[in-house]
Design a protein around this ligand. Structure first.
Ligand SMILES: [Zn+2]
Ligand SMILES: [Zn+2]
Length: 356
């Protein structure tokens, strides 16, 4: 079915939203833009709960717009399409991650790096809507409208609740491992075993690397091994830390709490690379000494572009990789946030949107 694309029409929609930074999420009725010629209307089936959602609800980055509907790990089914849409038809299983638009003209957009759009990409929530006067609302909602170029194909042979977190946690860890060409024979460490870290373990193991989980908590060891790690280093144990000096080719740092980068850099071999994907709110002190004398690199990485996100989803379908999730009712979201702040989830909450 081809949609009525009149822009005067708006689509009544339902969501859970935060009305202000200090408040819990509550049910909220609103409208979305109508399906434009290049748009796809998607019924949301599942939405993952990312730590960034909590940061935005609380306005930790000082850029939140309210009412705020979080959610950028979206899996759903196409309900309707605009009359110029080529890639999708009603009934297709699809996903949306952290991006819903970009300028499409800058060097980064032209090079499939839309996440680094030089004019500022449009994020899935709390971001000024391109060509509109409002801002975007995310996936804690019954439906969403998105330009087809920012919609991803999802293979529905995988359980869709476990696919949802791939759209942020998956691509955030897949992209740096690919960029730095992690492969068989390399020693890779994953620092932190949460939503991001557990996906990092799965990808690094799938790429053939020897995978070590670095953690301050001995209780994580069994889980690390079950997820595919080969080794576990308890970073509060001096002997294990000493044995890990100059050991790793690559460290994926997923920790968002304040921590000492220097402590982990010393575990890199010569020409080793540490990539940060966690975002501590305080700056870190990194002595150049520890980089220069071993030719080490410290880098960062933000999600991935659309083409690479599709590549990641296809890789997951081909290799049977999904996220470990706890599916929740929409009404449980405020308790879920409280548990996430205590790292009490294995490893991602996913909202069953049928409960909205
Ligand atoms: Zn996220
Ligand atoms: Zn751009």
């Amino acid at each position: 079915m081809v949609a009525d694309t009149s822009s005067a029409v708006r689509l009544p929609s339902k969501a859970y939203a935060a009305m202000a930074a200090s408040e819990d999420l509550v049910p909220w009725d609103f409208t979305r833009r109508n399906v434009g010629p290049h748009d796809v209307l998607i019924e949301i089936l599942y939405c993952g709960v990312c730590h960034t959602d909590i940061h935005f609800v609380r306005n930790d980055f000082g850029m939140s717009m309210y009412p705020l509907v979080p959610g950028h790990e979206i899996v759903g089914r196409v309900l309707n399409i605009g009359d110029h849409v080529k890639k999708y038809k009603a009934g297709d299983t699809v996903g949306i991650g952290c991006l819903v638009e970009s300028c499409r003209e800058c060097d980064n957009c032209k090079n499939e790096q839309e996440q680094y759009c030089l004019k500022g990409s449009t994020y899935t929530y709390s971001s000024p809507e391109k060509g509109g006067d409002g801002f975007t609302y995310g996936g804690y909602s019954n439906q969403i409208v998105c330009n087809e170029d920012f919609v991803l194909k999802v293979n529905d042979k995988l359980p869709l609740d476990k696919v949802a977190p791939l759209l942020c946690a998956g691509i955030t860890t897949y992209s740096p491992l690919r960029k730095w060409k992690v492969t068989a024979g390399q020693r890779v460490a994953i620092l932190g075993l949460g939503g991001l870290g557990h996906m990092g373990v799965k990808f690094a193991a799938a790429f053939g690397a020897e995978v070590t989980v670095l953690s301050t908590s001995a209780s994580k060891k069994d889980d690390a091994m079950k997820l595919g790690a080969h080794r576990f280093v308890l970073t509060t144990d001096e002997g294990q830390v000493l044995a890990s000096q100059n050991y790793f080719d690559f460290i994926l740092d997923t920790v968002s709490a304040e921590h000492d980068y220097n402590f982990y850099l010393s575990m890199l071999r010569t020409h080793g690379v540490m990539v940060c994907v966690g975002l501590p709110s305080t700056p870190a002190v990194v002595p150049a000494f520890n980089l220069i004398f071993h030719g080490r690199s410290l880098s960062g990485s933000l999600i991935g572009g659309l083409a690479e996100t599709q590549e990641m989803l296809d890789f997951c379908a081909a290799n049977n990789i999904t996220s470990d999730v706890e599916v929740i009712n929409m009404k449980y979201i405020n308790e879920a946030y409280a548990r996430m702040e205590k790292s009490d989830v294995k490893y991602r909450f996913v909202i069953d949107m049928a409960t909205l």
